[in-house]
Design a protein around this ligand. Structure first.
Ligand SMILES: *Cc1c(COP(=O)(O)O)cnc(C)c1O
Length: 404
């Protein structure tokens, strides 16, 4: 065993690159939707590691899958394929629009693959000038240089020199702004079927349908970034299923691994064939450990009971947050879908979401923000109702401490 010398939050400032500003709390243990820190203080987890811990902490099905695979084989590279990857791909194909799957390790990597595939497809099929990518202001697609440039916040891609080109941004929920940009030179539209990082913004009726029609008219691909909305988060296995619009390419990550790093890009045979041997790849993509865990995640989540549970638990949150708001008048709106919920701070508390997060942490409940004025909740899809009720009671104490 490696030697375990004591570490603390100060160690972070000593030895870590300063691109994050982590909380003072260092979690050391989790079970279900409860987490304990170094001082053994207990928290209820409404954050889910940013919509990742889809089955809470140390779910027995995931621990079992990981243990079992860890005693068989860990890694083979893509020089060979492996059984967990093949089983997971088969399940994803059987349950979605897709015929083909490409595995990677993070949301950004699956989006990078999607964008590269779209460009290859367009250039192969339609010619070298069909390269424009349309995405949306406030959209988020990851931090590689391509994906962060496709993302809708220039501040995240500025300062690194010349950016990947031919990327334009339209306004979310504004089809006219897309029409103003799209042409036969458009290769793809990349969109989140509900903007997560951008503030928990749902698509308006007809918006996603309208994007599908525009893509059809201009022979462009429609790419759904379901990194945050997928794997049951919104109450269907993937959000597109409820919207009733089928994309050409879909990316999934976060909740797919339930905490083990994995992502997937799903597409059709006709599009997939343009990523020929040698055009793209990843050393770890489709790693047996990750795929074994994700297979257990899909098996567990993709059942009518769990998906119906997401909707029922979402209602508990909405009712609880509305009750808090009736007493303290802090929110202008509770929005989102399934277990991706945003409580939008009203005029009086603009820019204060982080203060609420900090106060909630002090009361023993972990939350998230989505921008400066939205408190985000992305708990485990199987969080016990008692934990929702207890966590909201703690959250209410945090609200009381700020709303006076
Ligand atoms: C989190 C997120 C990403 C990036 O995922 P990483 O695993 O951090 O690379 C991409 N798209 C969406 C919609 C996300 O929420």
């Amino acid at each position: 065993m490696s030697e375990h010398f004591p570490v603390s939050r100060d160690t972070f400032d000593d030895v870590m690159v300063p691109n994050y500003a982590p909380s003072a709390v260092i979690p050391v243990r989790g079970q279900g939707s409860r987490v304990w820190d170094q001082q053994n203080k207990e928290y209820i987890d409404f954050a889910g590691g940013i919509a990742v811990s889809s089955l809470g902490h140390c779910h027995p099905a995931l621990v079992g899958a990981l243990k079992e695979q860890s005693e068989k084989i860990w890694h083979v590279s893509n020089v060979m394929t492996n059984e967990p990857a093949l089983r997971l791909a088969k399940k994803l194909v059987d349950t979605t629009f897709a015929d083909k799957v490409y595995f990677a390790n993070s949301g950004a990597e699956s989006n990078e693959a999607a964008l590269k595939l779209a460009r290859r497809w367009a250039i192969d099929v339609h010619g070298s000038d069909k390269t424009q990518i349309i995405a949306f202001e406030q959209g988020f697609h990851g931090r590689t240089f391509f994906t962060v440039t496709v993302g809708g916040q220039a501040a995240y891609s500025d300062g690194f020199g010349p950016k990947p080109g031919d990327i334009d941004h339209a306004e979310y929920n504004n089809l006219e702004s897309v029409k103003a940009l799209i042409s036969d030179k458009t290769c793809a539209i990349m969109v989140e079927p509900l903007q997560g990082e951008g503030g928990i913004v749902s698509p308006t009726a007809g918006f996603i349908q309208g994007l599908r029609e525009l893509c059809n008219e201009h022979n462009a691909l429609l790419i759904f970034d379901e990194v945050q909305t997928g794997a049951g988060r919104l109450g269907e296995l993937y959000a597109y299923m409820d919207i009733g619009v089928t994309p050409d390419i879909l990316t999934s990550a976060k909740g797919l691994g339930g905490g083990f790093p994995i992502s997937a890009m799903l597409t059709t045979t006709d599009i997939a064939k343009h990523l020929k041997v040698g055009t793209h790849g990843s050393t770890y993509g489709g790693n047996p450990l990750a795929c074994a865990v994700a297979e257990a995640v899909i098996d567990t989540i993709n059942t009518p009971e769990i998906l119906a549970g997401v909707k029922a638990k979402a209602q508990l949150y909405i009712d609880g947050l509305n009750a808090i708001n009736t007493k303290y008048n802090v929110f202008s709106e509770i929005r989102g879908k399934g277990l991706l919920i945003g409580a939008v701070l009203n005029e009086k508390y603009q820019g204060k979401a982080k203060d609420f997060l900090d106060a909630a942490m002090a009361e023993g409940v972990m939350t998230l923000v989505a921008g400066a004025s939205v408190i985000r909740f992305a708990p485990s899809l199987v969080i016990p109702d008692e934990d929702i009720i207890e966590g909201l009671a703690r959250f209410e104490k945090a609200v009381v401490s700020l709303a006076s």
